[in-house]
Design a protein around this ligand. Structure first.
Ligand SMILES: [Zn+2]
Ligand SMILES: [Zn+2]
Length: 297
């Protein structure tokens, strides 16, 4: 059994709410997963900058190897990368993993996104040669740090990777038949952590993703819209808490962390959805920026 600390640095979708105050937070997607030996950053939305400022305060001896996983290159998942210099300062070696670009390698895609003519210098130059790029495709499985990471293609415009993290070398690296460990609220939590942002979850695609997600102890899923607004946003690539909970039930996922909330929603609206989700499942949580959760794999 392995303990990890999951932290939420940004849980809004689309764009940050600059100047607003919200108990759920204002920054876009960024989570960190920290084990004893490595630091895993999950997406690099605007929340990455908050994390980097916190991380700067740590002494050099507390620093760990850094592995940054990008689900896809939509702006709300990469805008924190514009602060290249703070990122370059976190470690001598930063591994960035992400989907192979449609027009070339991940490195080329990031240099296109953060580089001339849209940014003064290319990302790779600004990071002072510290970044090592790893192009990923769906269906891969590999050891990264002290974890085993696998990927699957998620239903989202322009493609998106979901990641599943397991303890490296554990007997079970894709399906977990319920090992008994401590959990979010004291009941047994099974192994496997799924990072599933973004995704338009429709019942017809459940079978495709179910095997990948099966039996995960905890999953982060995309609850961008309310069930009422979702029908108006077909093709936008997102779900509501309702589809997330249906999917979690189908895939036998224990704890569901709902995230990627539309910036249009007020705290009152999110509170309402959070209560509605909790009435369907007592293992569903609408995350908030700054939340920290202990996970056991
Ligand atoms: Zn997004
Ligand atoms: Zn997206």
């Amino acid at each position: 059994m392995m303990k990890l600390n999951l932290s939420v640095w940004g849980c809004r979708g689309s764009f940050p709410l600059i100047g607003a105050v919200s108990a759920y937070g204002i920054q876009t997607s960024c989570f960190t997963l920290e084990s004893e030996r490595a630091l895993y950053i999950l997406d690099a939305g605007s929340g990455l900058r908050t994390f980097l400022r916190e991380y700067e305060k740590r002494s050099g001896t507390d620093r760990k190897p850094v592995h940054l996983f990008l689900s896809h290159l939509h702006h709300d998942h990469v805008s924190g990368l514009f602060d290249c210099q703070s990122l370059a300062a976190v470690s001598e070696e930063i591994h960035i993993y992400g989907p192979e670009g449609q027009n070339g390698s991940l490195k080329n895609e990031l240099d296109r996104l953060i580089g001339p003519p849209y940014w003064p210098l290319p990302f790779s130059e600004l990071c002072a040669g510290k970044v090592i790029y790893h192009d990923l495709i769906p269906g891969m499985k590999s050891a990264v740090g002290d974890l085993c990471v696998s990927t699957v293609s998620a239903p989202h415009p322009d493609g998106c990777l979901w990641y599943r993290f397991e303890e490296a070398g554990s007997k079970r690296e894709t399906v977990c038949p319920g090992s008994s460990v401590e959990t979010l609220s004291g009941t047994p939590l099974r192994s496997g952590f799924l990072y599933g942002l973004d995704g338009e979850l429709k019942e017809e695609i459940f079978p495709e993703l179910k095997g990948f997600a099966a039996g995960a102890g905890t999953a982060v899923l995309d609850a961008q819209f309310s069930p009422e607004e979702l029908p108006l946003r077909k093709g936008w690539g997102h779900a509501s808490y309702r589809e997330c909970l249906q999917f979690a039930k189908a895939a036998d996922i224990k704890n569901v962390l709902l995230s990627h909330f539309s910036p249009a929603y007020s705290d009152e609206e999110l509170d309402e959805m959070s209560s509605a989700a909790a009435s369907v499942s007592d293992r569903a949580v609408f995350v908030r920026e700054g939340m920290q959760i202990e996970l056991y794999l």
